[in-house]
Design a protein around this ligand. Sequence first.
Ligand SMILES: Cc1ncc(COP(=O)(O)O)c(C=O)c1O
Length: 367
Amino acid sequence: MPRPIDALIHTDALAHNLAAARAHAPDARLWAVVKADAYGHGIERAFAGLRGADGFALLDLDEAQRLRALDWRGPILLLEGVFEPRDLELCSRLDLWHAVHCDQQIDWLARHKTQAPHRVFLKLNSGMNRLGFRPAAFRQAWARLNALPQVEEISLMTHFSDADGPRGIAHQLAAFNTATHDLPGERSLSNSAAILRHMGPDLAGALASDWVRAGILCYGSAPDFPDHDIAHWQLQPAMTLRSRLIGTQDLQPGDTVGYGSSFTADRAMRIGVVACGYADGYPRLCPTGTPVLVDGVRCRTVGRVSMDMLTVDLAPVPGAGIGSPVTLWGRGPGDSLLPIDEVAAAAGTIGYELMCALARRVPVAVA
Ligand SMILES: Cc1ncc(COP(=O)(O)O)c(C=O)c1O
């Protein structure tokens, strides 16, 4: 028998979350962001739940090819554009739309020989200071693209750095509007946090965007946790990581647990040993007290997470024993639920990182 650990991808949750994004941005077309192998869910598996999107946004040509192999004929956007000139040939062949964020990419386009002109998304650096033209250079970039026979249509995009937090989007939105107000073309602005927090039919002065880019919300993680959780945004976890107890120990007061003896029992207690460790993608940084479900009941981890195992306090589930189901995140037995955001927060990180880091050795099934 293989180790009793696996991950489940919930097609119904992906579709539900996509519908939640649409409810916030009913007038926009929706990119489902599937970079990083659909945030660790697997492009092919995620596609089943996200096929109702208007397009897919990603980074890797390889992943774009996989989407075309699934017979997806709609739009695909390369969020970072091409990385070298010959990538443009594949863009022509696979009909990929691509971001243009620097002068080199325009130079490459100008030298590219194609029968079918390209659809590009010109990216403004409105304050994030990663990719994109600064406002002073934006117009000239637009004019250069507009003069190229290789370019059929220019859309305009930017990316928010603080849509999930108190700084918000106003300063970047103002920069975007100033730089683009008299330029034609479709606009794409919002990531998940902007969709959830700054768009919605009931929101006065809501952000307008022709295309929104929904990433993390599709996968059932709240972009602004702990301000809001997935219950607040009515999202459902799209990934469950589950395992079983493979051992138990009865501790006496003063006994310690695991490497570094970081946990000491202050009373007699029973602990369970779970077949899941950092080599499965469970964060080693999760301290004693990280939530975990045993038999669908909320428990806490004790001691350090090791490569293949972690340990839990079984006090809330006295009936648990070897073989009892353990939910590390996602859906548990019955109606139980453990949002990935809670585990991520315990490790000092975000749900994005945990789902992307699911290890290759964990078998994954579609539920
Ligand atoms: C340019 C761009 N748009 C959209 C997204 C989706 O963001 P989120 O997963 O927060 O919705 C990302 C992800 O980092 C991105 O880089």
